[in-house]
Design a protein around this ligand. Structure first.
Ligand SMILES: [Fe+2]
Ligand SMILES: [Fe+2]
Length: 200
């Protein structure tokens, strides 16, 4: 049995693995569906390596990008309707699919576990305070075996040295990337950077 064959307990998700995979595939392109399964596998390995909760790590890894392909208009409507931080209206899918994605995962997949939902919420921008599970999902998404951006080997080496080193590398690289593109930077991303990198 591969790690990815985990059938998650009903206490975490009220769907069989087959149903969960079908629900994910209905929302995601083939490429992204393959990505989330690699993130699941990577998150499980990191949880085993760093004493994290293997089942929550696997599940959060599997569903972290559930909302990634929703239209911008739907996210904007939800920000207004559900009274999310109004600053989010100036952000984009890169932020929304984590922060608001967690809300959709809860509502549509019936996952109510706070630790899993927080890890999804925080996977795009990190947070000043991150749990082991948050760090695992943040890092697993960045270093899963399908990733091949410049610097991925360094990111993997950092994650091998420690989970915190993986987070620091990733938030630094993400900010460099955003600055190079001259796009709007969501303020909480900078808070994460200040807490994790500038203070060390
Ligand atoms: Fe994502
Ligand atoms: Fe992802």
């Amino acid at each position: 049995m591969k790690n990815t064959d985990i059938d998650y307990p009903q206490t975490l998700v009220p769907l069989s693995r087959a149903d969960l995979l079908a629900r994910l595939h209905a929302q995601l392109s083939d490429g992204r569906f393959a990505h989330v399964q690699r993130v699941e596998q990577t998150a499980i390995k990191l949880a085993q390596q760093y004493g994290g909760d293997v089942q929550r790590a696997g599940l959060a890894g599997l569903v972290h990008d559930y909302a990634k392909q929703r239209p911008d208009a739907e996210f904007k409507q939800l920000i207004r309707q559900q009274r999310f931080d109004p600053d989010l209206l100036t952000a984009n899918n890169g932020i929304w699919h984590g922060v608001i994605g967690a809300y959709l995962v809860e509502r549509e997949l019936g996952i109510h576990d706070t630790q899993v939902l927080n890890a999804i919420r925080r996977h795009t921008i990190g947070a000043v305070e991150m749990t082991t599970l948050d760090k695992i999902i943040f890092v697993a998404d960045f270093i899963e075996p399908g990733r091949d951006f410049p610097g991925v080997d360094q990111a993997r080496a950092a994650a091998e040295a420690s989970l915190d080193a993986g987070v620091r590398f990733e938030i630094t690289n993400t900010l460099k990337f955003l600055i190079a593109k001259q796009v709007n930077i969501y303020p909480k991303t900078i808070d994460t950077y200040n807490a994790w990198v500038a203070g060390h």
